[in-house]
Design a protein around this ligand. Sequence first.
Ligand SMILES: [Cu+2]
Length: 347
Amino acid sequence: MFKKLNFILIVGIIATVLLLTACGEDVNREAEVSEDQAEDAVETVSAEEEAPEVIGSHEDLNQEPVPLEVERDGSDVYVKMTAQITDIEIEEGYNYKAWTFNGEAPGPLVEVNEGDTIHFTLDNLDPAIPHSMDFHAVHTAPDKGFADVAPNEEGRFSYKADNPGVFMYHCGTDPVLSHIANGMHGVIIVHPDDGYPTDDEVDEEYVIIQNEWYRYNDLDDMTNNEPSQVVFSTKALEEGQANTNGVIGALQDEPLEANVGDKVRFYVNNVGPNEVSSFHVIGTLFDDVYLDGNPANHLEGMQTVMLPTSGGAVVEFTVTEEGEYPFVTHQFKHATKGAMGVINVTE
Ligand SMILES: [Cu+2]
């Protein structure tokens, strides 16, 4: 009996000594970690003091926007886009040397019809790095259909657009996060063959895109931190409509227009790259929603539509009274960082 108790006591003492030793090591390790962190912090501060991380050969580059080229021959659609480096004024006086498609961020709106074949050319005007195109609207082997195009070269790709919807497109070149967050994103609408069941009811149509900006070309910030700006833009569906970049105040300074009683349709997409959108129009609710813009995904009577990163929707709502109707992401920390627009409703 005593022998057994002694044994337990000895085992207990050994265990306690081992535990204390281990704790001591933990404390030492913590001290080492915080020393490392302090060093990191010093590095971060000195990095911030340096000039923004503009790639050398991008420094004096501000390529004029190049218009999107689209030609149709029956159901064959020939789309030509550029990858290029163009300054985007995100806020007054703050120019971002964006990596773009055609000098816009988000890139130009691409529209095709369900069943079309897209014959796509990417002209890479960037002298420094490869770029590529990943259309979420198509089926293809990504290493072939979305392959990198080298600097100053052209790449040609073909695919069928068999699924209707409001899809994201983006550059898929590694590191993808840098390419998207620096501005290489946009929207392709594949119009459904038979339209939407509510087509006849709609009076006004607009495209709305949400995107985020981070510290300039800072992959660490893009990976670990909250965005600096979250913004809405619109792309013209028809002549006379505004076509904006994703910049602060774009859809507040020049509100969208509708008349009292109108049913308004938004083609919306959240191109991210990181954050979801809780898309909401203040003062109304969505009579009809087609998730990802597919007529098969029909919902009714929704207050807010969740758009995952890259997710789209067709949302339709009625404006019943004269006034200003703001639309936001209901993640208000992002609305206060810029993701807000206004519809001006008049008699
Ligand atoms: Cu790219």
